[in-house]
Design a protein around this ligand. Structure first.
Ligand SMILES: [Zn+2]
Length: 285
C-alpha cells in the first residue's frame, strides 16, 4: 500500500532547510503534476535552478530521510512552459516507493495551501507561516491561522458467508470494483459512518464491525479507515443510483481481475485479502 515505505521515514514537521541539489521541487496545478519533459521525472532543486527558478518562491512541505520537498504556490509562466503536465494519477507508478508517498503527500499539502490563499475570516491574502506548517492571514488586525486538514473516510468490506459486497461507482466513467466507502459526517463516530454508508448506498444492514487498518490518501486529502463487517438480515441490495452503478455479492473466485498487482489503496488491498482467502473464517480453496 502507498504508506509502506520500509525503513524510510516521512516527516511533515515544520522546517526551513536550505535547499540542496538533490532535494525535490514538486510542482502542481490543481490536481495535475509537472514533470521534466526529457525524462518524465519529478524536478529536483538542481532542475529548478536550471529552469531559472528562484529560492524565494520555494515553500517547504516535507522530508524523507533528509531529502527535502518544496513546492511553489505561484509558478512563473516561463518555467511552467518548459515542463510537461500530467494527471496526478501518474504518481501511482512513481518509484522508489518513498518518493511516491512523498509526492502524493506533497500534492495533499499543495492543494491545501492553494485552497487557503485567502482568509476565511476577513478575506485578506494568507501566507505560509514562518514558524509552523500553517497559513497565516496577512491582515494585521486579523492574524487568523489555519492548519492542514485531513478528511476521514471509511471503507467497508461487507461479508455474507463466503461472499463479499463489491460496488462500482456511477461517478467515474470506467469505475473499477470497490467497497462501500464514504466521508465521515460531523458529529459521527467512525462506526456510525460505516453503518450509514452501507445503508445509504445499498440498503443493507450490517453487524460485528471489525476495525482493519487505515492509510493516508493524499490524492483526495483523506485518511481512509477500513472495517470488515457481516451482513445482518436480508442480502437484497437497493442501489443508491446517484453514487453506484452496480453492487453485488462475489465469492473469491468470482471477483474480477485485480487492476494493480500490488494495490496502493486499502480498498483493493482488502479485496485482494478476501480473494486470497486470508481473512479469519475463510476456508482455503
Ligand atoms: Zn484574516
Amino acid at each position: 500500500m502507498i504508506q509502506e515505505i520500509g525503513q524510510h521515514m516521512l516527516s511533515t514537521e515544520f522546517a526551513k532547510p536550505k535547499p540542496k541539489a538533490t532535494d525535490f521541487v514538486l510542482l502542481f496545478e490543481h490536481t495535475d503534476v509537472f514533470l521534466l519533459p526529457e525524462t518524465g521525472t519529478l524536478p529536483t532543486y538542481r532542475d529548478w535552478c536550471a529552469l531559472g527558478g528562484l529560492d524565494e518562491l520555494l515553500v517547504h512541505m516535507l522530508e524523507v530521510d533528509g531529502i527535502q520537498f518544496f513546492t511553489v504556490l505561484d509558478l512563473p509562466e516561463d518555467i511552467r512552459s518548459q515542463l510537461k503536465k500530467d494527471v496526478s494519477r501518474c504518481l501511482r507508478t512513481a518509484q522508489p516507493r518513498w518518493l511516491r508517498l512523498a509526492a502524493v503527500t506533497g500534492l495533499h499539502l499543495y492543494q491545501w495551501f492553494q485552497t487557503h490563499r485567502f482568509c476565511g475570516v476577513c478575506g485578506a491574502p494568507m501566507r505560509p507561516d514562518a514558524k509552523e506548517l500553517a497559513m497565516r492571514c496577512t491582515n494585521e488586525d486579523c492574524h487568523s491561522v489555519t492548519y492542514p486538514t485531513v478528511c476521514p473516510a471509511v471503507i467497508v468490506g461487507v461479508r455474507n458467508g463466503d461472499r463479499i459486497l463489491l460496488t462500482r461507482s456511477s461517478v467515474y466513467k470506467n469505475p473499477v470494483y470497490a467497497l462501500v466507502s464514504g466521508y465521515m459526517s460531523v458529529g459521527e463516530t467512525m462506526e456510525e459512518t460505516v453503518h450509514r454508508e452501507v445503508l445509504e448506498e445499498t440498503g443493507l444492514k450490517i453487524k460485528n464491525l471489525q476495525y482493519y487498518g487505515n492509510q493516508p490518501w493524499g490524492f483526495s486529502g483523506a485518511q481512509m479507515i477500513g472495517y470488515w463487517a457481516e451482513l445482518d438480515g436480508s442480502d437484497k441490495i437497493t442501489l443508491q443510483e446517484d453514487e453506484l452503478k452496480e453492487a453485488g455479492w462475489f465469492t473469491p473466485d468470482e471477483i474480477p481481475p485485480a487492476y494493480e498487482e500490488d494495490p496502493l489503496d486499502l480498498t483493493h488491498y482488502m479485496i485482494e485479502q478476501f480473494r486470497a482467502r486470508r481473512l479469519p473464517g475463510q476456508m482455503q480453496a
